[in-house]
Design a protein around this ligand. Structure first.
Ligand code: COA
Length: 117
């Protein structure tokens, strides 16, 4: 994972997305991105969408982004990170989110939560 750069910026289109973090290669092409929302009142980060372009999958980019967001949420003294798992690996024993410490909630939405300790 060399020669990559990470960009984290505000976006103003669409609610509830208000930030996007991207990993870009040396030519400034986006490899992986995550749209997310910082709820300062609820002290919860909401992951809205995460995506890695096909050619770069299974190389750890989405995990890198999730861990970036976990660290950032910790710095902000947030309590949780939540998401709705709409992927085709939803509810399997092993997937991107389980690998990175998220847990399924029993029912309803959000479906998964990461608890910051
Ligand atoms: C899910 C996704 C973002 C993972 O990106 P990535 O950069 O390949 O992720 P990483 O390399 O950090 O992690 C790979 C892990 O993701 C898991 N994974 C692959 N496809 C997945 C999927 N659709 N949902 C959840 N996890 C997935 C793999 O099992 C792998 O874990 P393993 O090594 O234990 O098998 C990517 O496959 C993708 O963009 N898929 C299409 C969009 C999508 O489904 N987004 C999630 C919407 S909720």
């Amino acid at each position: 994972m060399s020669n990559i750069r990470i960009f984290d910026r505000k976006v103003y289109s669409g609610i509830p997305t208000n930030r996007i973090v991207e990993i870009r290669d040396i030519d400034n092409n986006t490899i992986s991105y995550c749209k997310y929302y910082l709820d300062y009142i609820g002290k919860n980060t909401i992951i809205v969408d995460i995506n890695t372009i096909v050619h770069y999958r299974n190389l750890g980019y989405a995990s890198y982004i999730l861990n970036y967001i976990i660290r950032k949420s910790k710095r902000n003294y947030f309590k949780t990170i939540s998401l709705d798992d709409m992927s085709d690996r939803s509810n399997l024993d092993k997937n991107l989110y389980i690998n990175n410490g998220f847990k399924y909630l029993e029912k309803g939405f959000p479906e998964m939560i990461y608890t910051i300790v």
